[in-house]
Design a protein around this ligand. Structure first.
Ligand code: ATP
Ligand code: MG
Length: 794
């Protein structure tokens, strides 16, 4: 069957409605259509369609009618392939013939009399063939939960009441808590038999006051005292002789097989798994996950229908659970906020990694984000972790693995907050705080209660970061979101997030921020319509894009993958790092258009910044003199970058613009919506985006293959090849490129807004989707190259 009808155009490219996948451009459409998934589904659909055409729908039968009765009756019209009876009610059947003509014959027959019954025969209903995505069970139960919650929430008088109700409905019930306690007690009794003096301590959501019905049971098996016990027993044995240890317990136990001081975590966890399997009733699916950051033994409890995790090295986890308990105790608005935000994040698929690992936020990280926001409210709702440390008394001092984990044990030790905002405005504040937060250039520190500039963490080289010299403190792994653990300061709690999940988080915050300003959020609907949290919780897949965003290319500032030389340069630039980085990016973008894709590029005549363009010297990558490519004619006209850089400088250094930002009130705000550089006009006469992969393969196979040089040089050869071999477009493509840097009030990135001025061949769409992927990748390559050149020159 033809796939034409399956491919629909969307604002971001194309969509195959059969397979439910989005495709950026025509070449990926071609590949997809030839691929296995599409082919298989197409053929299943064809078979299904043929079956439908050959079948008839028969009603008016009675439960006692059998398949063979129907076969006997209908075979007068032609051979029967199958008869499908409705087993439960026995009132209809589908008769499938071997040929379509037989079905037509049966349909045209005026009367079907069979065993005294008058059968009604109709064409079989044609159902649209669609791929039904598999749903995970917990997602299903969440959906069901939401369906039940909806009408109840709508009836409540205010958003505050709705938030309190969410806690009531989701939190662990008293019975559930009791059952978990009993299981912990049982495990304690069993483990102490095998590991004398050991202690089993629950942590995580079961006890941190943020647990929900289905949450897992996190346990820490503390073997510290067992080690002491073992050491004592060993020395006693050496003195007294073999057989019995000092407290009379038989040494003929599982513990005698293992020396805890020398055993590896994997060996101990294997032992824990064995004990769980053999000695704990109702426990199943026990297995060790050794690859996690903190290896665990996972198990399930039949009767309690819960998932449990046991670790042997998570004292910090127990302590940060105590911290969360303390925060809840200090501030009663925290629980409704956390429950609401957790539920929102689950609905929007921003948090909750199946099986623990994955690229989404975990609940711990999400809770820390809520606390950080509350530390930054005006006046603060919660104190910083450093302030809490100072409020603790001497006996409360606590250091774990060298990290200071001191805070008061009782909430009473902390003065109540002066902030009087209600829950609804705090929730709206959370969304606007993170909608604008510049995660790319800041590190979230609950310890200090403010955002720390990421450039402070760039001083160390990547290698040193990954393999710190012995004895030195490791730097956190920087990521698209860097959220420092409040105690283990070298640990990025959001280190598992990928660009996409970070991006989605901020996008959903922006959507929620907008919604929270609407009347539907603030006022109960008199007509019984959804309002308040109900609309906020409504799941939707991808956030719809507005038109301006659809035609923009983003080049994110990625502190993690900056070239070595640039890291220290930006580190030295301090707060001015954005301007420096943007200059370099612009220079690279210009090269991509000009040299790699051989577009004709000029500064737009309507560029308001023309005047400034003459003001200062461009900070150009070309100054290093070694990144022009063979075959690229030297540019004689004014370089757009020359103008751009100055334009950017003018805006970015307008340093008086120091409005308060969420990031510790220090970060400089970028003026949103204002261009940072004059626009370029870009012209291209050839379809340089089409078939590049194939051309590249040919070049690599050809006589030139050894000398292809850098990736950028290879790409420009590909362009040259296409220009040589392919026919020109009927009419040249012309579009405007408006470069801009954003950051300070949102994630730092360079944005290129594209607007076609002439697009008769309709090719702009394809070119744009190609550029969307190609430009950021190429810019990374060129920045890397520039940094290398710079190092060689130095
Ligand atoms: P839930 O189980 O409902 O998803 P949780 O708070 O129990 O929520 P888990 O992922 O089970 O989250 O983690 C259990 C505990 O382990 C957390 O409460 C926290 O103490 C610790 N923890 C989890 N993830 C991290 C992390 N990335 N860094 C540091 N500690 C963590
Ligand atoms: Mg948990």
């Amino acid at each position: 069957m033809s796939s034409d009808g399956d491919i629909k155009t969307t604002p971001r490219g194309f969509q195959c409605v059969l397979c439910n996948v989005n495709l950026p451009n025509m070449s990926s459409v071609d590949q997809h259509v030839k691929g296995r998934k599409h082919q298989t589904l197409s053929s299943v659909r064809t078979t299904r369609k043929t079956h439908e055409e050959r079948s008839v729908f028969v009603s008016g039968i009675k439960p006692e009618v059998s398949q063979s009765d129907l076969t006997e009756h209908f075979q007068q019209f032609g051979p029967i392939a199958d008869v499908i009876m409705d087993k439960e009610k026995g009132v209809f059947a589908i008769v499938q013939f071997a040929e379509t003509e037989s079905a037509h014959a049966a349909l045209t027959c005026v009367e079907h009399l069979m065993k005294g019954l008058k059968l009604r025969v109709k064409p079989r209903e044609r159902k649209e063939f669609k791929l039904i995505p598999k749903k995970r069970n917990d997602a299903q139960s969440l959906e069901q939960m939401f369906e039940r919650l909806k009408p109840e929430l709508c009836q409540l008088p205010s958003v505050d009441a709705q938030m309190q109700y969410v806690v009531e409905r989701l939190q662990l019930g008293e019975n559930e808590k009791k059952a978990r306690e009993l299981l912990v007690q049982l495990l304690q009794e069993i483990f102490v038999e095998f590991f004398p003096d050991s202690e089993i301590l629950p942590f995580g959501s079961s006890v941190n006051t943020f647990g929900i019905h289905s949450c897992d049971l996190d346990l820490f098996l503390d073997l510290e005292n067992t080690k002491t016990f073992q050491a004592r027993a060993k020395s006693t044995t050496e003195q007294v002789g073999e057989g019995v240890s000092d407290d009379g317990r038989s040494e003929d136990s599982i513990l005698s097989d293992i020396d805890l001081t020398t055993a590896s975590p994997a060996e101990v966890l294997d032992l824990v798994a064995t004990i769980l399997k053999r000695c704990v009733p109702n426990v199943h699916k026990v297995h060790v996950v050794g690859t996690a950051r903190l290896p665990v033994v996972k198990f399930q409890h039949h009767k309690l229908n819960l998932q449990g995790d046991i670790t042997i090295n998570n004292r910090l986890g127990v302590r940060n659970t105590r911290f969360l308990q303390l925060c809840s105790g200090m501030e009663e608005r925290l629980r409704p906020l956390v429950y609401t935000i957790r539920f929102w994040a689950r609905q929007k698929k921003l948090a909750g990694n199946p099986s623990g690992a994955g690229p989404l936020l975990n609940n711990y990280a999400l809770t820390l984000l809520v606390i950080f926001y509350l530390q930054n409210c005006e006046p603060p709702v919660l104190p910083t972790v450093e302030q809490l440390k100072d409020m603790a008394c001497e006996e409360e001092e606590c250091v774990i693995e060298g990290w200071n984990c001191t805070f008061p044990s009782q909430p009473i030790a902390v003065l109540p907050s002066k902030n009087t905002q209600d829950l609804s405005s705090l929730l709206a504040g959370f969304f606007s705080f993170y909608a604008k937060f510049d995660f790319a250039s800041n590190v979230v520190s609950l310890r200090e209660g403010r955002a720390l500039p990421v450039v402070d963490f760039l001083g160390k080289g990547k290698e040193e970061e990954e393999n710190p010299p012995k004895g030195s403190r490791q730097h956190p792994k920087l990521g698209s979101m860097t959220l420092l653990d409040p105690f283990e300061l070298s640990h990025n709690v959001a280190g598992n997030l990928n660009e996409r999940s970070h991006h989605n988080f901020q996008r959903e915050c922006q959507e929620a921020e907008k919604y929270c300003r609407s009347l539907q959020y603030q006022h109960k609907s008199a007509k019984g319509k959804s309002w308040g949290l109900v609309r906020l919780f409504t799941p939707h897949g991808e956030v719809s894009l507005n038109k301006a965003e659809q035609l923009s290319i983003s080049i994110p500032f990625k502190s993690t993958s900056l070239p070595e030389a640039m890291r220290s340069e930006l580190h030295t630039a301090g707060e001015d790092f954005r301007r420096l980085w943007f200059q370099k990016v612009l220079s690279a973008v210009e090269q991509v258009f000009r040299a790699v894709l051989q577009c004709h590029l000029t500064v737009s005549s309507d560029a308001a910044a023309g005047e400034e363009a003459a003001e200062g010297p461009p900070a150009s990558m070309n100054s290093s003199g070694n990144d022009s490519f063979d075959g690229v004619p030297p540019q004689t006209e004014q370089s757009p970058q020359d103008a751009v850089v100055v334009g950017a400088k003018r805006l970015l250094s307008s340093g008086s613009d120091t409005s308060v930002s969420p990031q510790g009130k220090k970060a400089r705000l970028m003026k949103r919506g204002k261009p940072d550089a004059p626009p370029w006009i870009c012209t291209q006469k050839y379809p340089v985006w089409a078939g590049r992969r194939k051309v590249k393969r040919e070049i690599l196979k050809g006589p030139d293959s050894g000398a292809e040089g850098s990736c950028a040089e290879l790409e420009s050869k590909v362009t040259a090849h296409i220009q040589e071999k392919e026919a020109q477009l009927k009419e040249a493509l012309e579009f405007r490129v408006q470069p801009q840097v954003v950051g300070g009030t949102e994630s730092t990135k360079a944005v290129l807004r594209l607007q076609p001025s002439s697009d008769k061949p309709g090719a702009f769409h394809d070119f744009f989707h190609f550029l969307e992927v190609f430009v950021p990748k190429m810019v990374d390559t060129l920045l890397e190259k520039e940094a290398q050149n710079q190092m060689t020159c130095d």
